[in-house]
Structures are given as C-alpha cells and as structure tokens.
Design a binder for this molecule. Structure first.
Ligand SMILES: *Cc1c(COP(=O)(O)O)cnc(C)c1O
Ligand code: SF4
Length: 326
C-alpha cells in the first residue's frame, strides 16, 4: 500500500515548465526558459518539493534548483559533459571505483527530481546502468577486491528502485565478507519523504552491514515537517544521517542561508557532511561561486556555528585519491 503511493508519486514528477510556473503563480512574470537543455534533461519535480516553493517568488531558492533557465543553453567553454572524467572510471558498467576502500554503484539513472546543477546530468545511464541481471558483474568485481569495505548505492537516486530489487541487492552485498558498510546517497528523503517506508528500513538495517545515509539538501526551505517525519523513522532505525550540499549561486551562497540550513539539519537529526564546489558540468555555469567567495562564506560560517555544524568545503578534482578539502 505504502509502496504503491510513492511509486504513483514518482510517476507524475515530469511536468511542463509552463505548468509549473502557472502552479506557483509566475505565469505573468516568467523568466526565459531553456530550449535545448530542457529536452535532454527535462524538468522533473515532486509535489512535495514544489509545495515548498514560495508562490510568486521568481528568485525562490528551490525553484532555481529545478527550473531550466535559458542560461543553460549558452555556450560554456570551461564546462563539459563529463567534468569528473567518470565514464572512464568504471571497472565494470555502473560501478565507480575511484577511492581506496569505497566503491560506488550506480543503481539506476532515475531521479525523483532533476537538479539543474547535477554533475551527472549527461551521464550515459543507458550504457552504464547495471540492470538487475548485470549486477552480478559488479558483485563479482566487489568480491574479488578485498580492499573494498564500503559500498555506496548511488545513481541517479538509488531509492527510486523498488524495495524488492534493493532487498536482493543488499542481501548479495552482505554475502561479500570484506564489505562492512552500506552507504546510501540519496535526495529522496528530502524530495519524496513518503518513500521512507517499512520495507525500505528492513533491507537498510536487516543485514550485518552497518548502514549510513547521506541525504542532499541545499536550503533550509527544503526541510519541512514531512521531511522531519521521514528522518525520525530513519533515526528510530539507528541509521546515521549526514547531508551533502552543493554551493550554488542564487540558492545558498551566503553565510545566513548555510547557517540556517545547518541549524535545520541538526533539528532533524542530520549532521552536515560536505559542501561541494560546483562541478563544471555543461549547462550549470550560472550556479558557479568562485573559490575566494566560497572561502569567505566558510570563514563566516565557522564564526557563527559550532564546529560540528560546519560542513567540509570540498572540490572534486579528477584523478585525486579523494575529495580535495579547500
Ligand atoms: C564522492 C565519492 C565517494 C565517497 O567519498 P567520501 O569522501 O568517502 O564521501 C566514493 N566514490 C566516488 C566515485 C565518489 O565520487
Ligand atoms: S543525481 Fe541527485 S543531484 Fe543529480 S539530479 Fe538526481 S537527485 Fe538531483
């Protein structure tokens, strides 16, 4: 029953930009929209997230994350289709093994929301997607490499997959003796909190693997009561909760916005983990914040907040053995 509900919600996330603008009272005051970019990476948003957009507010920080603006179609010389050189980093399709001890499995290419700044917006999911029958290849690779102690389920958003598929996958992962931790990278507890159902908690906590979940929110307005309820369920199941954000111009590029986000996260039982510098992906240049401004914001944050509420500012540099701390 619960399952049917979230799956039905997921099926109606694709929405026409004009309809969205009308729904949030911006039909008269509409910004110029993208043409090309909106075709290859269409607007997608859940009702829950849409309801948290402030009506009639053209510069709303949530709206900016999902609306395909004309800026995306502009030529952006330093912004590429594969900024992290990930295509070449797959030992088997859909498995990224860049860092010591952790491997990241692209469970699915699907997401409940399309974030315009996403570094995987051009990722060739069709070729890299290890559909169920192909998971075996990834599992064989993981079983062979005894240095891997943590598996990260990512995507797309791994929680768009059914609990039936995820149960089977996690059971197989738990059979690999050197894997200790099961990490989930997901935006779904924030954008589709109704997805946090009992069958999900069962596979997440039902094996010997120690779970940890890294959610993704960029602005305090993303976190409303429905999100608090989902987080409460995860906390009751003893799942440690962390958050990663991307530093985004016009969304959270101020000390005030990020301090508010950290405070709200803690209220909901989540600790800030990473604040990522934007990856230079084609179509996202209008979100870029330069490094000196980023450092100044971090300085301001650390003067305002306890140390444990200050996220680590990082950049991903292709070829490095981990994220680079700034
Ligand atoms: C970011 C990332 C990880 C996780 O890095 P942590 O610093 O452990 O959070 C693992 N694999 C890939 C490919 C990544 O991009
Ligand atoms: S992978 Fe994450 S950041 Fe990218 S579009 Fe999906 S939910 Fe957004």
């Amino acid at each position: 029953m619960q399952q049917a509900n979230w799956q039905a919600e997921l099926r109606k996330t694709k929405i026409d930009p004009a309809t969205l603008l009308e729904d949030i009272g911006l039909a008269q005051n509409a910004p110029v929209l993208a043409n090309q970019a909106a075709i290859s990476f269409p607007l997608r948003v859940t009702d829950g997230f849409k309801n948290r957009i402030i009506s009639g507010e053209v510069s709303d920080p949530l709206l900016r994350q999902i609306l395909p603006l004309a800026d995306e179609d502009l030529d952006q010389p330093d912004f590429s289709y594969d900024p992290l050189a990930e295509y070449a980093k797959q030992p088997v399709p859909g498995l990224l093994h860049k860092y010591y001890g952790r491997a990241l499995l692209v469970v699915t290419g699907a997401c409940a929301i399309h974030c315009r700044y996403c570094f995987r917006r051009h990722f060739p999911y069709a070729e890299s997607n290890p559909a169920s029958q192909q998971w075996q290849t990834a599992l064989d690779y993981l079983a062979r490499d005894q240095t891997i102690s943590e598996i990260i389920l990512s995507g797309g958003d791994p929680l768009t997959a059914s609990d039936e598929r995820l149960t089977g996958l996690v059971k197989s992962l738990a059979e690999i003796p050197h894997i200790k931790r099961l990490r989930i990278h997901t935006r779904i507890p924030v954008v589709l909190p109704g997805r946090i159902v009992d069958p999900l908690l069962d596979w997440l906590t039902g094996t010997r693997l120690k779970p940890v979940m890294v959610v993704h929110a960029n602005h305090a307005n993303e976190l409303d009561h429905s999100v608090a309820v989902a987080m409460e369920k995860l906390k009751s199941a003893h799942v440690p909760l962390l958050n990663q954000s991307v530093l985004l111009r016009g969304v959270n590029d101020s000390v005030t916005a990020l301090a508010k986000l950290s405070e709200r996260l803690f209220e909901y039982g989540i600790l800030p983990y990473y604040l990522h510098m934007l990856d230079p992906v084609k179509g996202a240049a209008h979100f870029a914040v330069d490094e000196s401004q980023a450092r100044a914001i971090m300085q301001g944050l650390s003067e305002l907040l306890p140390g444990y509420l200050v996220p680590k500012l990082v950049r991903e540099i292709p070829g490095k053995p981990g994220k680079t701390l700034l």
